[in-house]
Design a protein around this ligand. Sequence first.
Ligand SMILES: Cc1ncc(C[n+]2csc(CCOP(=O)(O)OP(=O)(O)O)c2C)c(N)n1
Ligand SMILES: CC(=O)[C@@H](O)[C@H](O)COP(=O)(O)O
Ligand SMILES: [Mg+2]
Length: 604
Amino acid sequence: MDIKSKNIKELETVCNDIRERILDVVSKNGGHLSSTLGATELIVAMHKVFDSNKDPFIFDVSHQSYAHKLVTGRWDEFESLRTFGGLSGYTKPSESDDDYFVAGHSSTSISLGVGAAKGIALKGETDSRIPVVMIGDGSMTAGMVYEALNELGDRKYPMVIILNDNEMSIAKPIGAISKMLSSAMASPFYQRFKKNTESFVDNFGDGARYMAKRMEESLKLITPGIMFEEMGIDYIGPVDGHDLKSLIETLELAKKLNKPVIVHAQTLKGKGYEIAEGKEEKWHGVGPFDIENGASSKKSSSKSATQIYTESLMHLAKQNEKIVGATAAMPSGTGLSELIEAYPNRFWDVAIAEQHAVTSMAALAKEGFKPFCTIYSTFLQRGYDQVIHDTCLMNLPVVFALDRAGIVGEDGETHQGVFDISYLRAVPNMTLFAPRDEKSFHQAMAFAASYEYPCSLRYPRGSFVETDLPESEEFKLAKSQLLRSSKGDKLFIGYGGGVGRAYETAKLMDEDVSILDLRFVKPLDAEMLRDLSTKHKKWYVFSDSSKAGGVGSAILEFLSDEKIQDVELESFEYADKFITHGNTKLVEESLGILPEQLAKKIKG
Ligand SMILES: Cc1ncc(C[n+]2csc(CCOP(=O)(O)OP(=O)(O)O)c2C)c(N)n1
Ligand SMILES: CC(=O)[C@@H](O)[C@H](O)COP(=O)(O)O
Ligand SMILES: [Mg+2]
């Protein structure tokens, strides 16, 4: 779409059309609604002033970048947003040259900008290219941002950073940085006050204007800009993030400065769709909904794993006041919001700060508490060294409750929760286990609550597969549970959500198979596995995890250590490649791991 040649009026029409298109498609496909609506003018202004064919356009998380996709040749294709084989909900260079970098995990954008700026400088292209970054106020709370600003403020690479401040993360923003950004001086009141003073002072000539300027200078000491200015980065703002004219003028000015500058834009999350405007967490990421009244079109009947986690933790927290916990800016996604509300001095949202979440929970464990560090599998990757260095090396009793373990669906490559078994199993002192249904979840949580060492349990996005397998037994360290015993040669070993897949696949076999719920992948139930190796020579592993270093790997290591050589093992875990976005069933089908596909494979 040609943005450059359009005047303000025409661009305002473009913004209306963009909003309409986003609402139409997201109401059908689901996706990120309020972030994308709120960023519309900012993105149109970016394309008016900069050129995504040559300037690196870098969106932090990039969940807010739908308008960018719409104005860079993907208007028609936008119908396919977040569907299998369709457009990603995040920037993806393989999808378009206008997408500079993959994103999905927050707070990487300024580091990307600094790296790009170094490359541009080294290639002598600073007179024709400049990185332009968009980062939200929530994403400003992660430490990585300050690593980047620290260097940028010193080395002064030309770069324009648009701080899209809608005073919301997914939930209400947490912490001092958010407070500073929305400090009194950044408020609309201050803006009006400043404008009125300027026009009032104009009537009294230069002397008064000078005095007003001095006063504003001293007031500037308490504007959000002070932190950035002190770091050597120019600060402009706050500006109205929906006023195209002033935005374009401001970005033109920022670009001409030819140095690092932050443009602090104030926006309204959900702008343009009244039902979603403002501080409504639920409009951040939505499923399909009715545009007329905002009612969601999909009602799931069965209880989600997250709901079970919340119920279980509430029960345990009531019984034991030593139980505490943290989420990194995902209170409702992890189900911790109810605990935060019930026990505000024991459960915390620490903002987008997974490293800080892990290490601060480790210190709480040192103080004799029982922390439940509740983080999506994919986002714990951000705090991996803190798991090793601050938790396991100290052998502290922190529970890592990993939600969204396995394929998560429409969020795709950046969000799949598939690596946690591989990356945690290698860490000494770490114990890994997984529930397979509601009852076993409560038992696993009871075990976790009393376990005195580091441990991690994982559970899927959505709900467990219902089975008529025998009830789960109490969790005991390294104890698995044989759910079905057959005389045949085949043993299906399920782990966590994988037990449901093993069960569904067994139903399609034309022979009886034994089914084992492994429950612990570290340490393994050596006694059970030894015994089963005498009865079954063909073992099949079902787990929602990467094959490399996963459950199958653990069992193969066991068989090798035990010198058991007459068992053949095949793991149906995920192959060694990133897993695309889309409806989970369709993604699983593309991987050949639907029960009907596995049954055919095993029979074949
Ligand atoms: C490392 C990491 N942790 C958590 C998330 C989940 N997450 C996605 S967007 C978001 C909030 C971002 O808030 P903000 O930057 O203000 O963007 P807005 O949606 O308000 O425009 C969070 C916590 C993530 N993507 N990456
Ligand atoms: C953009 C982002 O990272 C989050 O909004 C994420 O999409 C939430 O995932 P769930 O929908 O599984 O809670
Ligand atoms: Mg925000």
